[in-house]
Design a protein around this ligand. Structure first.
Ligand SMILES: *Cc1c(COP(=O)(O)O)cnc(C)c1O
Length: 393
């Protein structure tokens, strides 16, 4: 603990994270640099956040210019950036109405409230949620209540009432939980934290039908897999299965704390009204300037197309590593949300990768998560593969 920054952090900050002993000082392109000047290839993108990497001047200038104008008003007035960001997000996510939050977990809280309000307005008496085993939806009480990891919930019980857990990709296990009180089903189309598990198309299609037949709402949490990462702006578009409520965060602002939930006009008509929900910071000009500019850059640089061009090469390299017969046993994922299942302890491999100058994190207990900035090129994939091989050896 000789480093002052590590010392001060450990001394003053509540110990809720096990951090790697690296102090990040700045980023450039798809690399970050620590206070000792060591360079790391970043295949975490700050957990699927910094999709544009760290050197996008246009993005940075948009934030600087918004700071010069105004950073905060409140939701009692309109601001110049909010409408622009909402229109742009609505357009790419294919939903009708958007609400801005400050984080992913808040987006899910809002989605749960929106679903309950919809049931309340329709006097259906429905309030229960069906969630998935191994799902991750955030850390507030509502979000933890639908998170499919017992160890995340247990210390904080009792949880929100009316939640049951089905097996991901097992439609029958969902059907078995449906009651006349079920209000909504919440699912990540591609589970992130739970181990990079893409849903089977038939599973999502089955959930859609089940919801339609029983007047239940389908909520997709695309906080991690959304915003281009899966190879379409949102994974639901790639699957062709549209949710009633969609939650987003992480990459939509490329690093500014911002999230959103969005819904169809049908849900909005009966759901949250003035007084039902709000946030001081949500929709603030700075966050909205980031969202609007991020989306503009995505379009201009055709980043979703780029994901589809580069992702097969990432997959090829990961498959190559599996073929060599070491401790990597399986590559799984979609687009630039990939996982490498390994038999060695993941934290050990992440620590060795760090020594090699590669940032890579875990997803669940036995998967390495490959979620680079979306701007990566072949040379970065080659460098990743080389470093990862050494870390796995
Ligand atoms: C990160 C994440 C969240 C929580 O988002 P925060 O911004 O950390 O609150 C929720 N759901 C999924 C799928 C996530 O990956």
């Amino acid at each position: 603990m000789e480093n002052k920054y590590i010392h001060d952090t450990e001394d003053a900050l509540l110990k809720t994270y096990n951090r790697f002993p690296v102090v990040v000082e700045h980023g450039e392109g798809v690399y970050v640099y620590d206070t000792e000047g060591k360079k790391y290839l970043d295949f975490t993108a700050g957990i699927a956040v910094c999709s544009l990497g760290y050197s996008n001047e246009e993005y940075k200038n948009a934030l600087k210019s918004q700071i010069d104008k105004i950073m905060h008003t409140s939701n009692l007035y309109y601001n110049t950036a909010c409408g622009e960001a909402a229109e742009a997000l609505k357009d790419i996510c294919g939903m009708d109405k958007v609400f801005f939050t400050n984080s992913g977990t808040e987006a899910n809280e809002g989605a749960l409230k929106a679903a309950r309000k919809y049931a309340y307005a329709k006097k259906s008496g429905r309030y229960e949620f069906i969630a998935m085993e191994h799902a991750f939806h955030g850390r507030t009480i509502g979000a933890v209540s639908v998170t499919g990891h017992k160890e995340y919930r247990e210390p904080f019980e009792p949880m929100m009432a009316g939640v049951s857990f089905a097996e991901f990709n097992n439609l029958d296990s969902v059907k078995a939980l449906v009651t006349d009180k079920t209000c909504a089903i919440i699912v990540e189309p591609i589970q992130g934290e739970g181990g990079i598990n893409p849903a089977e198309p038939e599973f999502l299609e089955g959930l859609r039908t089940l919801c339609d037949e029983n007047d239940m709402l389908l909520i997709f949490d695309e906080i991690q897999c959304g915003m281009g990462r899966s190879g379409s702006y949102f994974a639901w578009q790639g699957y062709g299965v549209k949710p009633d409520i969609l939650t987003m965060a992480k990459a939509i602002g490329n690093g500014i704390p911002v999230g959103a939930f969005a819904m169809t006009a049908k849900v909005a008509e009966h759901s949250l009204k003035p007084g039902d929900h709000g946030t001081t910071y949500g929709g603030n000009p700075l966050a909205c300037a980031a969202v609007a500019k991020t989306i503009e850059i995505f379009k201009k640089e055709k980043l979703v197309e780029h994901v589809n061009e580069i992702a097969p090469y990432v997959k090829e390299k990961l498959e190559e590593i599996v073929q060599t017969g070491g401790c990597a046993v399986k590559a799984k994922g979609k687009g630039l949300i990939q996982g490498l299942q390994i038999t060695k302890p993941v934290s050990e491999v992440s620590a060795k990768a760090l020594e090699e100058g590669l940032l890579v994190i875990s997803a669940g207990s036995d998967v390495l998560r490959i979620i680079p900035p979306l701007i990566i090129e072949k040379e970065h994939v080659d460098e990743m593969a080389e470093k990862l091989k050494k870390a796995l050896a």
